[in-house]
Design a protein around this ligand. Structure first.
Ligand code: SF4
Ligand code: SF4
Length: 380
């Protein structure tokens, strides 16, 4: 396990000069050193083609500050990600809208989508993932710097350092894995395996303005936190993120990380200040409900709690959700997509990809009753 120290600095503005100074302060505290001339890959969260003000993607001024630091060390820098959007050149569209293209041009660094690079099949030492198609950028870089955004997530509770590396998958792998790796506990194991297969040297989280509620896309709302959070250990960082967000029980990824020995909560040491900011949680239910129920009923209860998409009149019929659905559970109707409930695996990819807040996630009646009980028991 890498060092479990988590470094936090206050930062209230997306001003790259200020962010740069705060980062230098943290790197001094960490005694972080970069060999001159290293090849460095920066992996921000570029989920989809949305403006930085939506707080869905890593802010371009945060990326600019990191670029500036590595440029001073004479590094060869590439920024890369693979967005969840579909259609022609989806990541390139997202690079433009999120401001990433502009800063790459101004700072004269390479910007390339993972799907535009050569892919190689690589064996992994994962628990559930035995091999993976990996971009040559990930294979050739001396350092991978993970730049997650602090956000809630309707499927995994939160997305931070560990989940951000899922974005290194390109092509249809992302959707296929949602189908192949069910239920959520197995999907969490997969996310950990992907993080381990592409282990970043450093995780630098944009927690200045975050996302609460029904993230990770347009269903969420910006929430000011005013922090930059850095750690070599993504599990330790996400554990502190979980505390800042005010989760009352561990998310599935944190739970699996503890079981696998990647996270020892007692060893996490925080250098800096933080508090519980009690984020609005995704409408999906808390893990803690499991502890209330006898084991024979847990499977049934969780099936009832799985939320299915419902479409509202904000739908523009862009069909992105239909293209991304891994099980063909959607087809276009007269005014919005129609759902085949029997096919739907509740992966929430349609909710994540919709840029028009047109996909809501609703439980069935039994799910509503179980949620109410959890709410009354103060578990959510
Ligand atoms: S629900 Fe959203 S993603 Fe799906 S067709 Fe409508 S606008 Fe497009
Ligand atoms: S309809 Fe939406 S939630 Fe259901 S399987 Fe398809 S993408 Fe996933």
């Amino acid at each position: 396990m890498s060092d479990s120290k988590v470094f936090i600095q206050d930062c209230n503005d997306y001003n790259s000069e200020i962010i740069y100074k705060k980062l230098c302060r943290i790197f001094e505290q960490m005694r972080f050193k970069v060999p001159k001339g290293s090849t460095v890959l920066l992996k921000p969260n570029i989920l989809s083609a949305v403006e930085p003000s939506k707080s869905i993607t890593t802010h371009p001024e945060m990326v600019r500050a990191v670029v500036k630091y590595f440029k001073k060390q004479k590094c060869k820098i590439t920024i890369s990600d693979s967005s969840s959007d579909t259609g022609n050149s989806p990541t390139n569209r997202a690079f433009i809208k999120t401001g990433m293209k502009k800063i790459a041009k101004q700072e004269k660094v390479d910007l390339v989508s993972f799907e535009a690079t050569k892919q190689k099949k690589v064996k992994t030492k994962g628990k559930v993932l035995k091999n993976i198609m990996k971009s040559e950028l990930l294979l050739k870089s001396d350092m991978i710097i993970n730049l997650p955004k602090m956000k809630t997530h309707s499927l995994t509770g939160l997305t931070g350092s560990i989940k951000n590396m899922y974005g290194t998958l390109s092509g249809s792998q992302k959707q296929k894995f949602h189908y192949d790796y069910q239920p959520i506990e197995r999907f969490s194991e997969l996310i950990i395996d992907i993080y381990e297969a592409n282990k970043p040297t450093l995780n630098i989280m944009d927690a200045i303005v975050c996302l609460e509620g029904n993230g990770p896309g347009t269903g969420g709302h910006p929430k000011k936190v005013g922090k930059i959070i850095v750690s070599e250990n993504g599990y330790a960082l996400d554990y502190i993120q979980q505390k800042i967000m005010g989760f009352k029980s561990n998310t599935s990824v944190i739970e699996q990380a503890v079981k696998r020995g990647y996270l020892n909560k007692e060893e996490v040491e925080v250098i800096g200040e933080y508090s519980n900011l009690n984020f609005k949680k995704p409408v999906t239910s808390s893990n803690a409900i499991k502890d209330l129920l006898p084991s024979f009923i847990v499977g049934y209860a969780f099936k009832q709690l799985q939320r299915k998409p419902v479409f509202n009149n904000k739908c523009t019929k862009c069909a992105e959700c239909i293209k991304i659905c891994p099980v063909d559970a959607l087809k276009m109707g007269n005014t919005q997509p129609k759902l085949n409930k029997n096919r739907c695996i509740s992966c929430h990819c349609c909710h994540e990809v919709c840029r028009y807040t047109a996909v809501l996630l609703k439980p069935n009646l039994m799910g509503k009753i179980i949620n109410k009980i959890a709410e009354l028991a103060n578990l959510t």
